[in-house]
Design a protein around this ligand. Structure first.
Ligand SMILES: [Fe+2]
Length: 363
């Protein structure tokens, strides 16, 4: 992360969980969480899961990763997935996974209900695991219209690559009216400047790995990460970068007009935007609007970074967008869930829903 200008000070974006007797967030705590989510586009909530609950959730994540039949989510770096630098996989709707999802939604319901109606779809339930040698994702927005939840089922350090956010870059009604109507322009210029640094960071790191042999690269990995002709939005892929085919960031985004604007507005961009890296303790939940700028950093530790993740729609969503941006497991496709389903579930109902999903999948 050196040289990327990332801040590790997240106090401003943290609200510790305070629970009511009924197991949901205390009203004052829920209000504070909502205020931070509204103003920053994300919020860090330590203490939603106990240590033993996080251990159980981690066991589910590990089981999903160890499943040889697991599938990978396409929106992560495909090359990182191919060389086992990341495991971003949808999780099957087992009774335990549904139980965990329902528990999280029920505890957070006072906040979730402010953004997602009861009928809104659970878009995906997945694991986001990264390993030593993964690359730093480009700063990007996920497809508009979801509220996303990351759960630290283990301690996450900066070295392991806690998610980076750019506060106050979410796309609420009229957000572009900030900065005399240049809100989205300045955000995009900042994003491009960050991604230029990330491109150089990834290239320098790959070169260092190649020189030192640490960590060991698989045969063909260096070539695939630097010179691949395959689509991968988050790898350097120099030929595609120069041809303008890496859609998150490419040379065309550094055209003369953009460079002039970066220079012209450099002061206001510097003063208004920064990358903040979260380092969530075990049991912490991060909620973010899918449209806030963010990135999954590289893992520079021997220790895998484990995250349980769930996304819930804030509105209706076109199936194409759902398919493009989210990765529902076949069991979730076969037996869709809404936020209301998870909020209403009692333990037995959760088991039945999972059983039905398995039957539907087999059928
Ligand atoms: Fe993302």
């Amino acid at each position: 992360m050196k040289g990327l200008g990332v801040s590790h000070s997240t106090d401003e974006f943290e609200v510790a969980a305070e629970m009511s007797h009924d197991g949901t967030l205390a009203p004052a705590c829920a209000r504070r969480i909502q205020e931070v989510l509204d103003s920053a586009g994300f919020v860090v909530i330590p203490g939603i899961l106990s240590s033993s609950e996080a251990d159980e959730a981690l066991a589910l994540v590990r089981a999903a990763i160890d499943d040889p039949a697991r599938t990978s989510a396409g929106f992560a770096s495909e090359t990182d997935s191919l060389y086992r630098r990341r495991d971003f996989c949808p999780m099957a709707s087992s009774p335990e996974v549904i139980e965990l999802s329902a528990t999280l939604c029920q505890r957070l319901q006072e906040v979730l209900k402010e953004y997602c109606g009861r009928s809104r779809s659970v878009l995906e339930i997945s694991t986001l695991t990264s390993y030593l040698g993964s690359s730093h994702q480009y700063v990007h927005r996920d497809p508009y219209g979801a509220l996303c939840m990351f759960v630290a089922v283990d301690e996450v350090t900066a070295e392991q690559g806690g998610t980076v956010f750019v506060p106050r870059t979410h796309m609420y009604g009229g957000a572009e009216m900030q900065f005399d109507g240049k809100g989205y322009l300045l955000m995009e210029l900042f994003r491009r400047a960050c991604n230029w640094k990330i491109l150089r960071h990834n290239l320098a790191k790959l070169w260092r790995i190649r020189q030192t042999g640490q960590p060991k690269l698989s045969p063909g990995e260096f070539r695939d990460r630097v010179f691949s002709r395959k689509m991968d939005a988050h790898q350097p892929n120099l030929a595609r970068f120069l041809l303008g085919k890496t859609y998150q960031f490419n040379i065309l985004m550094l055209n003369p007009v953009a460079l002039w604007q970066m220079f012209r507005y450099r002061r206001i961009i510097d003063e208004s935007f920064s990358m903040v890296q979260t380092v969530p303790a075990k049991g912490t939940v991060i909620l973010y609007r899918s449209d806030v700028l963010h990135a999954g950093p590289d893992n520079n530790s021997e220790r895998p970074r484990y995250i349980f993740s769930m996304s819930i729609a804030r509105d209706i969503m076109h199936p194409g967008q759902w398919e493009y941006g989210y990765a529902p497991h076949s069991t979730l496709r076969a037996h869709p869930l809404s936020l209301g389903d998870l909020l209403d579930m009692k333990p037995k109902a959760r088991e039945r829903s999972a059983r039905e999903a398995r039957v539907l999948e087999r059928g």
